[in-house]
Design a protein. Sequence first.
Length: 156
Amino acid sequence: MERRFYRSQEGKLIGGVCAGLGKYLRIDPWLVRVGFLLLILANGLGGVLYLLLWLFVPTQEMVGRPQGEVLRHNTDEMRAQARTLVQKARGTLHGRWLEDVQRSKYGLFIGGILILLGLAFLLRNFGLFWWLVKLWPLLLIALGIFLLIGSLRRRN
């Protein structure tokens, strides 16, 4: 029996590309996902490659159909999946998670840290704050120690 590469609907997270590649290569799909993630982080190529495979590789049901039909089916699927992901992201950002952070005692702290980080990166882009690059690891260590001490005091 001839092995065929197709996007798998079984075990898919987004488009079934990694699940299909995992089946085809006979490896765990999570290894394929990690590979794509590393390519995305390295140079962005992983995202482009994933989208191209999602666009051109058929699902198991579409194997053997004309490429034009496969492209139409895949673009419709991509559009539907994009809508679903956007709705989930909106629900997460506008839902309970954001409200919980805003209400928690750390909401003010997290907001302040984000503002400071944004300001530091902005000033660094303008060439001001060059010393931040050298002190950045020390600031992270100090923040970590501060959070650990605070957590330990609350437990005792």
